[in-house]
Design a binder for this molecule. Structure first.
Ligand code: OAD
Length: 311
């Protein structure tokens, strides 16, 4: 689109000259740490899910599916549980933009929370798809620290709401519904009603505690309000460069963001595969950790971070 920007040197120049850089990140910035992305063939989380016999990979994150049967999510979520103590060079790159007072906002789709570990200011970070940092009850909305259910996730055990459990314990047990012995048309005395407590449990629903769900945004759920407010009301108006890293841009509304920004703002894409459905001025293809190193080198900045050794 913008004829003047084509090469990695142009990208490095832009880095040096722009002051309000929006960075949009996806799962690709954490794969060097061993966290799978979602859609890479063979290694992505959704292929893994399908290999385990669950046909629709994305269904793991469908809110209706979760409410119908949370065991599927709980049996698979251990694979993407953020328990890492290190971040990637690409996270360090975003932090460097912040240190150099160039980072406007990092919009991340990632739920691994590694931006926080890398030192990105909360005020400059929008976790578009939420994160594992907290979890809430689907029934009573009780919120806890995400860590509180990590053990359940690791053990593939559905986490139930402790507050619901406590409330149920405090309540008198519900009276099983009365069952009429005689047909409606016959007269009956009080004794003709019988207590059905010995009956099959399926005859009535025992109150159940709610199920805990990490506060990551599932398909069918709203994105956090901070996302829309910040993007449309503030950042869109001031951004002077957008860098999109390690995302296939397949999931709306994040996938719509680059096209929504003014065309006069240069767009850079850094990822393994080229992208066709969004117009970028510069596409830098390869391992993002290597590309950001090279970009910084050409911009005259030192990116201090250990390379992640390949296994
Ligand atoms: P995807 O898996 O769709 O895309 C990751 C992109 O990063 C792919 O295009 C990869 O080629 C690329 N990639 C992977 N490793 C890389 C590396 N080391 N260097 C450079 N590129 C690399 O993941 P996202 O776009 O983040 O939603 O997925 C978006 C959303 O879809 C996720 O947030 C998730 C999922 O459903 C929820 O969890 C709610």
């Amino acid at each position: 689109k913008l004829a003047e920007y084509n090469t990695i040197d142009d990208a490095a120049k832009l880095l040096r000259s722009k002051k309000n850089i929006m960075v949009i990140t996806g799962a690709g910035i954490s794969t060097s740490l061993g966290i799978p992305d979602f859609r890479s063939q063979g290694t992505g989380f959704y292929d893994k899910v399908r290999a385990m016999g669950y046909e629709g990979g994305e269904d793991v994150f469908q809110i209706d599916e979760f409410d119908r049967d949370p065991t599927i999510f709980y049996s698979l979520a251990g694979d993407i549980l953020p328990d890492l103590k290190r971040f990637s060079p690409t996270h360090a790159f975003v932090k460097l933009l912040q240190t150099n007072e160039r980072l406007q906002t990092n919009y991340t789709q990632n739920i691994d929370n590694l931006e926080e570990l890398a030192g990105i200011d909360k005020a400059r970070l929008i976790q578009c798809h939420g994160s594992f940092a907290t979890a809430s009850c689907r029934k009573c909305k009780h919120k806890v620290l995400g860590r509180a259910i990590f053990d359940d996730i690791r053990k593939q055990r559905v986490a139930k709401c402790k507050r619901c459990i406590q409330k149920l314990a405090e309540q008198p047990p519900p009276r099983p519904p009365l069952k009429k012995r005689k047909s409606k048309l016959t007269l009956f005395r009080k004794n003709d009603w019988e207590d059905s407590s010995d009956d099959d449990e399926s005859a009535y629903d025992m109150p159940q505690p709610g199920i805990m769900k990490p506060d990551i945004t599932f398909f069918g759920e709203k994105l956090p309000n901070t996302f829309f407010d910040r993007f449309t009301e503030k950042d869109c108006k001031r951004v002077d460069l957008v860098i999109v890293i390690g995302t296939s841009l397949k999931v709306a509304p994040v996938s719509e963001m680059p096209n929504y920004l003014p065309h006069s703002v240069p767009h850079i894409y850094i990822s393994r595969e080229p992208i066709a459905h969004v117009n970028f001025d510069i596409q830098l293809l390869g391992e993002c950790d290597h590309i950001v190193y090279e970009l910084c080198r050409r911009a005259g900045w030192a990116l201090k971070h250990e390379m992640i050794p390949k296994d």
